[in-house]
Write a protein that binds this ligand. Structure first.
Ligand code: GDP
Ligand code: CA
Length: 321
């Protein structure tokens, strides 16, 4: 079975680990979000691609959900001693090596998709990981700064990591997405997929950014295979992080049903909500999307594997319908 998954960082990566456990024989292609990418200290950092690569490759800091295990921060301390910022983005020594190799290869002319493949040669994530695009796309957020009352557009990482989404996101813009082309292999993988899954990743700044690359949304809608998603919103709040802030920016309430409607029946055939949101099933089905309520907390690998199995079961139900 060929499965395509559109993934952000932590939610995507933990789900993928469950999917590998649930379906060890599957041929999995991951289309990764690159809207979070940022240049720091002259290096290209791809947080979501790396979270997937490290998680599936056994190098992730499990408690944190991002960054390397056994990490040290000498380089960051030395940079801070020079007053070289930003200090709010936590890059560890081991992690730096990834960004150095990536930047070196990009400077030599390799596209990001080839660089990602090369990095995965080391990590062997067991999936084919492709960035959504080789073109530069950067998510920006419009905010009003609380101190000055000044309206500013800032990089997503500054909004998420430095400000911790403490102010309202007035707009979320994937800058460059309109001109971006899907990376080589993305449209082919979608066209050849048997099932397409949206893990419980952020619907706006992870899955939404991938869908903003012209051609990807259309290819998924036209694939003619089951498309099933899992809600990142449980009990009317994100399980982790501040997804409610970016959902508000696009006018979507933080409920499992509203997120399903936001994707819409043109894209989604099936949607899983958590058992605490069982009352949302009716509303999602009324929107033309087959819906089931099952446990959606990835408390451990087995729980994530059961979620993945439920998603595949729903996909088969949709296919047979
Ligand atoms: P990021 O790029 O690291 O922010 O990760 P993603 O976009 O892939 O996933 C973030 C989303 O995952 C958040 O909106 C969380 O609500 C969701 N999430 C994290 N853990 C869980 C979980 O155990 N269950 C569910 N249903 N969602 C989760
Ligand atoms: Ca992310």
């Amino acid at each position: 079975m060929r499965i395509v998954v559109l993934a952000g960082g932590i939610g995507g990566a933990r789900f993928l680990r469950g999917l590998q456990r649930a379906s060890p024989e599957a041929d999995i292609t991951v289309i990764g979000n690159t809207g979070d990418d940022i240049h720091l200290f002259g290096l290209k950092v791809c947080p979501d691609l790396d979270t997937v690569m490290y998680t599936l490759g056994g190098g992730i800091n499990e408690e944190q959900g991002w960054g390397r295990t056994d990490e040290t921060f000498h380089l960051k301390e030395e940079l801070a001693a020079y007053g070289a910022g930003p200090e709010w983005f936590g890059l560890g020594d081991r992690d730096f090596a990834t960004h150095i190799v990536r930047t070196q290869m990009l400077s030599a002319g390799y596209p990001l998709s080839a660089v990602t493949e090369a990095l995965c040669d080391r990590w062997k994530p067991g999936v084919r990981l492709i960035p959504m695009s080789d073109d530069r796309v950067e998510t920006h957020v419009a905010v009003t700064l609380p101190d000055s009352g000044e309206r500013r557009v800032i990089h997503f990482q500054e909004y998420w990591v430095r400000l911790r989404a403490s102010v309202a996101a007035e707009a979320v813009v994937p800058v460059g997405a309109e001109q971006a082309k899907p990376a080589p292999g993305v449209l082919e993988a979608i066209a050849e997929a048997d099932v397409i899954l949206f893990p419980p990743s952020n619907p706006v700044v992870s899955v939404g950014t991938i869908l903003a690359v012209p051609g990807i949304r259309e290819a998924i809608a036209d694939a003619g295979v089951p498309v099933v998603g899992l809600s990142p919103i449980v009990g009317d709040a994100p399980v982790r992080g501040m997804a409610d802030k970016v959902l508000a920016a696009v006018g979507v309430e933080s409920t499992a049903a509203a997120v399903a409607e936001h994707y819409g029946s043109g894209l989604l055939d099936g949607w899983l909500v958590d058992t605490v949101d069982a009352s949302a099933v009716e509303r999602v089905e009324a929107a033309g999307i087959r819906c089931r309520a099952v446990p959606l907390m990835m408390s451990d690998l087995d729980a994530a594997a059961r979620m993945a199995q439920e998603a595949l079961t729903l996909a088969e139900e949709v296919r047979g319908a």
